[in-house]
Design a protein around this ligand. Structure first.
Ligand code: ATP
Ligand code: LTN
Length: 326
């Protein structure tokens, strides 16, 4: 059975980009693959967090994943820091990666640019991500387009390790969806929608009330030529709306465009489609948030299952690199 692994950071509410670019595909793949999903709390610590809020955010993210449709009977859901093997293999990956290749990572450049001080963790981030993936003999990693470069690095590190120390790791491949793999900011359609961008008007949170979703979409930045056409380079704002409408209706963005000659009706229908798309998520979230004990139970069970796999692979890695067995 194909092993699938992916991760999401606990900080920030689940936004439409996370849902369409990643989580929606996780919900599908749990039906056919041996799927493991991780709330990557250690990754979020690359920026200082308020401890109490951070703890709550981790539980909330797991709740959001379950509300989105991840079913603990069909997949494994756990918190990264509950499985210490991640931190241990990350160190071995840091010693495998070159300074130069980490410095070239776009996400590192974006997150460190213009900051007075950046943690060493921001730089080492992709090594921890590689460890996450390699620890589970992962075949496929469903992620949004922004993670492609990290996946390439993960493959390079695994290949390098295997050629230096002998066959140890499965070489994973990214699975990146065609439509809505990069949902753009509604106010600045040349930037990706992200939970850490300062302007909330450009982002749709999966828990936004319907009226707010509608308002944000109606105010989305488009362009001046007035023509409804799918062309991501020339018409990023309109094309982004067409992608949202297209995934909600399960058609292509090009054919979605055929039905419109004006931006107003396109926005009205897109808003309605997105509200309907998120409705089941919002209902399940309300039900689950009344039962945090259940979510914690799921995470404890998930950590147990994840540990069993991760420890076996870590042992293999320790042995191949020459650490004395403990
Ligand atoms: P940040 O921007 O603060 O780093 P994020 O919103 O990108 O956070 P992550 O936890 O880093 O959230 O990402 C979780 C998953 O969501 C990843 O697979 C990522 O590729 C995907 N994703 C995030 N934003 C988008 C987007 N705008 N479009 C499509 N996929 C996205
Ligand atoms: N870096 C990813 C989150 C992430 C991840 C992973 C994704 C951490 N570890 C392992 C897939 C597999 C992000 O910022 N979205």
């Amino acid at each position: 059975m194909t092993r699938v692994f992916s991760g999401i950071q606990p900080t920030g509410d689940l936004q439409l980009g996370n849902y369409l670019g990643a989580v929606r595909h996780w919900v599908e793949v749990q039906e056919t693959a041996d799927a493991i999903f991780c709330v990557v709390d250690l990754h979020a610590l690359t920026f200082a967090q308020d401890p109490a809020l951070f703890r709550a955010a981790t539980i909330r993210k797991a709740t959001e994943l379950m509300a989105a449709g991840l079913d603990p009977d069909r997949c494994t859901i756990f918190v990264q820091s509950h499985v210490p093997a991640h931190a241990e293999l990350a160190w071995l990956m840091e010693c495998t990666a070159a300074f130069g290749e980490l410095r070239r990572m776009t996400q590192f450049k974006e997150k460190s640019e213009g900051q007075d001080s950046v943690s060493a963790g921001v730089f080492a981030y992709p090594c921890l991500m590689a460890a996450d993936i390699l620890l589970y003999d992962t075949d496929e990693v469903p992620v949004g387009e922004d993670q492609r470069q990290h996946l390439e690095l993960t493959r390079d590190l695994a290949l390098r390790w295997n050629s230096r120390y002998g066959d140890t790791f499965v070489i994973p491949k990214p699975v990146i969806a065609g439509v809505a793999a990069r949902v753009m900011d509604l106010q600045e359609p040349t930037a990706k929608m992200s939970k850490s961008r300062p302007n909330p008007q450009g982002r749709i949170d999966a828990l936004d009330p319907p009226a707010e979703i509608t308002r944000k979409i109606k105010r989305a930045v488009t362009d001046a030529d007035g023509e409804v056409r799918y062309d991501r380079a020339a018409k990023p704002g309109v094309s982004n709306l067409l992608e949202l409408l297209a995934v909600a209706r399960n058609v292509s963005p090009q054919s979605a465009a055929d039905h419109y000659s004006q931006y107003g009706p396109l926005k009205t229908d897109t808003a309605e489609a997105v509200v309907e798309l998120l409705r089941p998520f919002q209902e399940r979230f309300a039900a689950l948030s009344g039962d945090p004990g259940y979510v914690r139970e799921v995470l404890a069970k998930g950590a147990g299952k994840a540990t069993a796999i991760a420890e076996t692979v870590l042992r293999r890695a320790r042995e191949s690199i020459g650490l004395v067995p403990r």
